[in-house]
Design a binder for this molecule. Structure first.
Ligand code: FES
Length: 649
């Protein structure tokens, strides 16, 4: 039955099914578009999905295995022509039996995309079947006119720009995206007999992609290509001020994510042969969520509730990414400094001042309280055992959601009380079923324990510490409106070494350039009790989030970083150091337990909270990566002290 013969309700269902399939195609194959479009109102979003689906389906025909092999090319050409005919007919007939094509035709009609765009697009697809390499960059651009620049033009009516000046940047963005694809997919394209790196560039750098080898010539070539690609992204940024708020956020999300692929290629030392450089889905979701909560210059120019009319962009709003900086926009154009431009920080990182701050921290009594893990690690039905200062400690949940604790050995025959059943507030020893509760038992004295909602604490009588009723917990953002992630990293060192590492923020830009840059300590706002730092958290090589943060130690085993200004103000990173006891080599072991409790008042952060299943592992990975490096620092500090070598800390 032809779609055009369907009654209105059936037609609506047919169309809805088509858009649903377009969305599914986009979600599966074009996740960057998908997450970028997630920011748009539903009506515009479905048009992005439809345009993507059309391009993807055509691309699938020409990219199929052996599609341009001599004995297949005729069939592929016919398949592409049939697809094009189906599209043309659907647009002319205002519908199609194929729900996807019906949705595409509906989008073309609703948005008014110029039909000529599709002529150029299908022309490029056909060209791809007969051209396997390009002599010059201009030749490649000739192909990309129809395969990439025109996609930017197709998207423009969907994004509803406020000025014709948005056209060229939109085309540049289309080119930039495809160039990134070419650089990422060199290996895959070789398998299909195609090379999208201009031959003139290969000759100039004496590079041979067919060798699939990363050598100096290859690195030089790729460096050149990446810079060319980044220049296109910069050209595209000039279009952002000409887009309404949601469209600007959508495009910026896609731009940040796509250009992030270049960062990953760079981080992989230009090795595009061993694995595919990709931006993980969690980052795409997180970027979209962050952008959703961002107020753009366009938003600020338009009072809430007032419709925007087509007009040239207001002067003085900056262009492109620069326009993103300042105000309430968290993402700043702040390129990572080159290593040879980085100011050495060793003069400021004076051992005596680190030592003075460490002495203050060490003087603060933890009251016998130790962090032993994440609240989430303790379920309702089984116990867990942790080690503190060489002693095993068992913890389990009580029916009121609290936590009970005691020595980790059963008072009967000493069984380890790990992973034991918990029933009606009681822990049952695995060996002979002895029941233990928070009231204790002969020969088994319970410990005080506390669950602060993120971390588990246990109190163990400790020499030199005056027992406190409760652990010291510094101010946190409201947990119900935050996302918390906890990581644990063990090391051969003492708790003071973990704390000392954090009391040296000056190492951040040098030792963790992938995470921090533009780090300065505000001397006027810094004392031995509180270190105040201005720093940019890296999002990519080009963009970062500048914040102001304070470091303080509430006790000798804890240091807390609180963001006091900028994106996520009020968020904290609590670093706790719990002594585990001596290792088999006679050296102390310490467990670093770090809780990142992120919070933002932005609307988009509420979305991030709903996506916390994706966001939390990302936060944990970031923290863990830092601590792999920082534990090397802490272990080295311990080793030097153990060897009697003093550097003044
Ligand atoms: S060892 Fe625990 S009940 Fe026997």
């Amino acid at each position: 039955m032809a779609a055009t013969l369907l009654g209105p309700p059936a037609q609506a269902r047919h169309l809805a099914e088509g858009y649903r399939r377009c969305a599914e195609l986009t979600r599966r194959h074009g996740t960057t578009y998908f997450w970028g479009a997630a920011i748009l109102p539903a009506e515009q979003r479905r048009h992005v999905h439809a345009v993507y689906a059309l391009c993807r389906l055509a691309d699938d025909i020409v990219d199929a295995q052996d599609a341009c092999a001599e004995d297949h090319v005729e069939a592929t050409t016919a398949a592409l022509q049939a697809f094009r005919d189906a599209f043309t007919t659907a647009v002319a007939d205002h519908g199609s039996d194929d729900p996807v094509m019906a949705a595409v035709a509906h989008t073309v009609r609703e948005t008014g995309i110029d039909p000529e765009c599709f002529d150029r697009f299908f022309g490029a697809m056909a060209q791809d079947l007969h051209t396997c390499a390009y002599d010059t960059y201009d030749d490649l651009l000739g192909y990309m006119e129809g395969s990439a620049a025109v996609i930017g033009e197709m998207m423009l009516p969907v994004l509803r720009p406020t000025s014709p000046a948005a056209r060229e940047p939109a085309r540049a963005l289309g080119l930039a995206f495809q160039l990134t694809n070419f650089l990422r997919d060199v290996d895959e394209d070789l398998d299909r007999g195609r090379v999208y790196l201009p031959q003139e560039d290969l000759e100039r750098f004496s590079a041979d992609p067919a060798a699939r080898r990363v050598d100096d010539a290859w690195r030089d070539l790729m460096r050149f290509q990446l810079e060319r690609n980044r220049e296109l992204y910069r050209e595209a940024d000039a279009g952002l001020p000409h887009l309404p708020g949601p469209s600007e956020r959508c495009v910026r999300t896609a731009r940040v994510l796509y250009s992030g692929i270049l960062d990953r290629i760079e981080a992989a030392d230009y090795d595009v042969f061993s694995s595919r450089a990709r931006v993980p889905t969690w980052r795409k979701a997180a970027t979209a969520a962050r952008e959703l909560g961002t107020r753009t210059p366009a938003d600020r120019r338009t009072p809430p509730g007032q419709a925007r009319t087509a007009a040239p962009a207001a002067p003085g709003t900056g262009s492109g990414a620069e326009g993103m900086a300042g105000g309430r926009i968290p993402l700043a154009l702040r390129p990572m400094p080159r290593r040879d431009e980085l100011t050495p920080s060793w003069r400021d990182a004076k051992p005596a001042r680190i030592r003075a701050a460490l002495d203050v921290a060490m003087s603060r009594d933890p009251g016998g309280w130790y962090v032993v893990g994440a609240s989430r690690d303790l379920g309702a039905r089984r116990s867990v055992v942790r080690t503190v200062g060489g002693s095993e400690v068992v913890l389990w949940r009580t029916s009121d959601g609290g936590v009970a604790a005691g020595p980790g050995s059963c008072p009967h025959l000493g069984a380890l009380l790990d992973d034991c059943e918990v029933m009606s507030d009681r822990l049952y020893c695995k060996w002979h079923g002895l029941a233990l509760d928070a009231g204790g038992a002969p020969g088994w004295e319970p410990y005080a324990a506390h669950d602060d909602g993120v971390l588990l604490w246990v109190r163990i009588p400790t020499l030199g510490e005056v027992t406190a009723d409760a652990p010291t917990i510094t101010a946190r953002p409201p947990l119900a409106r935050s996302v918390a992630a906890v990581v644990e990293v063990p090391g051969t060192c003492e708790p003071r070494d973990v704390v000392a590492n954090r009391l040296d923020p000056w190492h951040g830009s040098w030792f963790h350039p992938y995470a921090f840059s533009h780090l300065t300590v505000d001397e006027a706002a810094t004392t031995d009790e509180v270190l105040t730092v201005d720093v940019t958290f890296r999002v990519s090589r080009t963009y970062g989030v500048p914040v102001r943060a304070e470091f303080a130690c509430p006790d000798a085993r804890t240091i807390v970083m609180t963001i006091v200004e900028g994106e996520g103000a009020g968020s904290v990173v609590e670093t706790h150091a719990t002594p585990l006891g001596l290792g088999p080599d006679g050296h102390p072991r310490t467990m670093m337990v770090e809780a990142t409790i992120a919070h933002s008042e932005r609307t988009g952060f509420a979305v991030a909270r709903h996506l916390q299943g994706l966001v939390r592992p990302a936060m944990a990975r970031t923290a863990k990566r830092l601590w792999v490096d920082d534990m090397i620092y802490a272990e080295r500090s311990y080793l030097l002290r153990a060897r009697g070598e003093s550097y003044g800390v």
